[in-house]
Design a protein around this ligand. Sequence first.
Ligand SMILES: Nc1nc2c(ncn2[C@@H]2O[C@H](COP(=O)(O)O[C@H]3[C@@H](O)[C@H](n4cnc5c(=O)[nH]c(N)nc54)O[C@@H]3COP(=O)(O)O)[C@@H](O)[C@H]2O)c(=O)[nH]1
Length: 952
Amino acid sequence: MIRRLPLRFELPLILLVTLAVILGTSLASALWHARKDILDSARTDLQAEVGHLLRMAERELHRSPGIVEADLTHAATDPRVRTVALIGPDGRVLMANRFAWKGEPAVRVLNELPEDELRPQGSRVPRLTVADDGDTLYALATVFLHRDGSAERSATRGLLYMAYDLRAAYAAGQADVVAGRLPEFMGSIVFVLLLGVWLYRHLSRPLHHLDQAAKRLAAGVGGPSIRASGPLEIVRLTETFNHMEAQIQANLAALRDSETRYRRLFDAHPLPLWVQDSASGALLAVNEAAIAHYGYPRERFLALTTGQLATTPEEHPDAAGVVRHRRADGSIIEVELISHPVDWLGHQADLVSAHDVTARRQAERDLRLAAAAFETSEAIMVTDAQGFILRINQAFTRITGYDAGAVAGQTPRLLKSGHQDAAFYDELWAAITGPGHWEGEIWNRHSDGHVYPQWLSVRAVRDESGTLTHFVSNFFDLSERKAAEQAIHRLSNHDALTDLPNRSLFRDRLTQALVAARRGSHFGAVLQLDIDRFKAINDARGHALGDELLRRVAERLQDGLREGDTLARLGADEFAVLLPNLRPPADAAARAAHHIAEKLRNRFEQAFEIDGTRYHIAASIGVTLFPKGQDGADDLLRETDTALYQAKASGRNTVCFFEAAMGAQAQARFALESELRQAIENDELVLYLQPQCGIDGRLEGAEALVRWRHPQRGLVPPGLFIPVAEDSGLIVPLGDWVLTRCCELLARQEMSHLPLRIAVNVSPRQFRQADFVQRVRHTLASTGADPTRLLLEVTEGVMLDNLADTVGKMSELAALGIHFSIDDFGTGYSSLAYLKRLPIHELKIDKAFIQDAPSDPNDAALVDAILAVARHLNLRVVAEGVETEDQAAFLRSRGPLLYQGYLTGRPEPAEQQLDHWLASQGQIFPAGNTDGRLTSSTTADAARAAGETPTE
Ligand SMILES: Nc1nc2c(ncn2[C@@H]2O[C@H](COP(=O)(O)O[C@H]3[C@@H](O)[C@H](n4cnc5c(=O)[nH]c(N)nc54)O[C@@H]3COP(=O)(O)O)[C@@H](O)[C@H]2O)c(=O)[nH]1
């Protein structure tokens, strides 16, 4: 490559070279002409000299060789002559400018000449030749040497040789030439120097400044404007350059500004960005985010390629465009690369954004892992903080029966079985929202309705700030485990033959029942049964039949018991029954226990048929009640054992109580129940009526009261048998009997003369009958009684049972025109709210309040309160049990009401009462009592006179 010189050097050089060429050429030409002139002059001189010597030699040699020799020596004085010699025909030097050569062979001394040149020619004309060295000019001429100097024909031929050495002449000529040219040279040099200075100042220097400025410009370094100088073109060029530079600087500034802005944008971008060479992957630019994220200093970053950023050279983006990069600290990150082709300073490059997806990818992996772990054999349910179900797994659906669609928008309440009470859930919630974890057994309901146990673990999930975000529940179905446990439990607690609880389980349950009875203030009973004659049958017919008989006995006994009772086989033919919940008081509990014992004993009345043979067996039963003092389960079993022994001892097939007195009482009650059943069938009941009248003595109504005319005991008051009827359920047929009799009375012709309403007592158990309304309708229809003259007395207890059912039934009957009265009002749960919802017409103030009202301010206040309620609800009031004039006066002072009591009339047999009332036309006592006192009815006296003995 040719290295260009700066103009300031090149221009003087050109000038110098040009000057040198011109001067050199001129000098060379002058030297050449000077040399030519010298040579030409030498030729001429040599020609002339040789001609002269030739002639001299031809003419004088033979005569005066000295003259010739003198001429020759003279000729040699010319400084140019180097050699002059006359060579004879024999080739020996005749004479020469060097004396020593004389007589010497010419070829030896004149060795500067070729040998053939030294032979004489035919012509006498000298031959001039410039020797090869260029500086020697010689002449050779043939000389005819006459012996006498006459005839040429006789002459011999010799040779004249003369040579000039022109070197000195040439040197002198050159020196002359140079000396003559010196001023010209000096002038030329001065001219060139001046020209050079001028060119430097007017051309080279401005151009140099322009060049420097251009270089500065190229280097992007600004500088002052160049001062314009030199010729017009240079000045214009400078000005144009200055303008152009200013323009370029302005453009550059704008560009730099723009670049700065884009650089800032690039650097301010939150994502790592870089520009990479498309071909090599070399990083050309990186932003701050990239530096911060990768941790490489900028210089080191820019020395890398994208391949070196990757964990391995073979690493390539995966299908999602994600590649693994290694950071400066060695950690590996996963980045999603998005690249756009860009032009980068003329290179094809890519602008790449690197989005660190390490956390997201890890989260996705965790999620996949969690999703895989989610599908375990255990049910998993995730809810939000409000308890709405967000996710469930397949095990959840398998265990609960609910799929994802069914639980969407639901809460775990969907699974609730209702088996756990509110306290259980309160405790669960307290554990989750407090310590954050709860684990335990819970009973839930499957979508198909069945309830199953599960082992549930609930964990609260909180975010970094501690805010509750989710609940995660894991559970598994305990049904199978429970079934297995139950099977094991059953095997160890049940009798293999009958599958009944064995002695051990019975003892456990008895212990629990004892605790519950003590805590709940109720009673329980233990019954021990022994099968009479079993041993005989077993021994006679074999054990297989004995076993079958025992199984049948177990079934039959079980059929006679309620769900909460426990029947157990204690061993051989010995059974035990636990009645854990008997209502107090103790005598009632004893009655109930006796009743059940009798029921069980009666279940043996029918023979057991096995393989076509009928086996008649019976049971002896020992009974004991609990709790008693500190008796434990074993004590109670011992007691029943004793009682059983007594039962057997007293002739078998009987029931014996450990507590003899209670047993007798229960026995009596049981007998009463049996007799009452017979009494209803045998029509031993009698209907009594008791009047209800106003202050004016007019009969307004009557209460129907039943009596039992016992064949042996005489007239039995209802206080004795109604409770037995209630307990045994006989109240239903008994109630039907009373209602039918009353309706028959109301339907009688003569009743049209007595515009009274008959009040019939309806017991709660009777009212609770599902078909109660139908029964009343049917009775009204079958007797033809006017419903509006019928009044049904119910107690407050009826309302408490099932208000909706009560309202429904009463409303239906009220719609027929039947009136309702609340009996014994004030003794129970007197709720105004209930009263308002019931279609009632009357309140009956219990006799307990009436009797002490005149003397006891509390009772008086209560009566006043009841009257106020009645007024408020616009109800009729019947004061019951008015026995004395004081009581009547007290009531009279409280306003209008109906009076029922011994003062105005005792209950009397219905027929007798009717006759009496018809006779008095419904006037119970004289209306015109001037002192306003109620007068005792004479009907009681009349009744007594007629032989009736009221039991009140
Ligand atoms: N479900 C049915 N219960 C009935 C029926 N017949 C009666 N009974 C209920 O038996 C309880 C006792 O009744 P009874 O012995 O007939 O006593 C009633 C009246 O004789 C008695 N009475 C009336 N006046 C007086 C009085 O001045 N003094 C006084 N000591 N006793 C009096 O009050 C009983 C009426 O009670 P009540 O029914 O609350 O109005 C009794 O609870 C009867 O309800 C029946 O057919 N079915």
